[in-house]
Write a protein that binds this ligand. Structure first.
Ligand SMILES: [Fe+2]
Ligand SMILES: [Fe+2]
Length: 153
């Protein structure tokens, strides 16, 4: 556990700063093509934000990337919600509740950033990375078998 925390804090050491923060791996697949490709795009955007931060990009550039990430996250959440509703997924409401909570948190972060009250820091990056990967691995993977069972590919 302690070792893992240390690994995160050294991510921003000089030589490591261009490394991807999070890599796609098959454990993240929900076996639905469009959803996987959207998740890959989200991971790519988090990595982009991470490398922009590592190379000391200015506030405007960071704000743009963060804005794009927020927007695409909402697009992705709507896509999943429509898919779940269309197939009467029984966990729809609780899943939507998680999306709504995450959206509020990220929107809140975005407005603090805009007002100059928050910086995109290592903690923010780790928060985004963790919420995305945890959400995919826990919530999204739960609807995977249900929807593939309904013929969604
Ligand atoms: Fe998702
Ligand atoms: Fe989701």
């Amino acid at each position: 556990m302690g070792l893992q925390l240390i690994t995160h804090t050294i991510t921003f050491d000089q030589e490591d700063k261009q490394m991807a923060l999070v890599d796609w791996n098959d454990n993240l697949s929900v076996n639905i093509k469009e959803v996987d490709s959207e998740h890959k795009k989200l991971i790519g955007m988090i990595n982009e934000l991470h490398s922009a931060m590592g190379s000391g990009k200015g506030k405007d550039a960071m704000g743009k990337i963060l804005g794009g990430l927020v927007e695409y996250t909402e697009t992705h959440f709507s896509y999943e919600e429509n898919l779940m509703q269309k197939h009467n997924y029984p966990g729809y409401l609780s899943h939507k509740g998680l999306h709504d909570a995450l959206t509020r948190q990220v929107r809140d972060l975005q407005s603090k950033f805009r007002e100059g009250k928050a910086l995109v820091t290592v903690e923010v990056m780790n928060f985004l990375k963790d919420w995305l990967t945890n959400h995919i691995q826990n919530a999204d993977k739960k609807y995977g078998p249900f929807l593939t069972g309904k013929g969604v590919v």
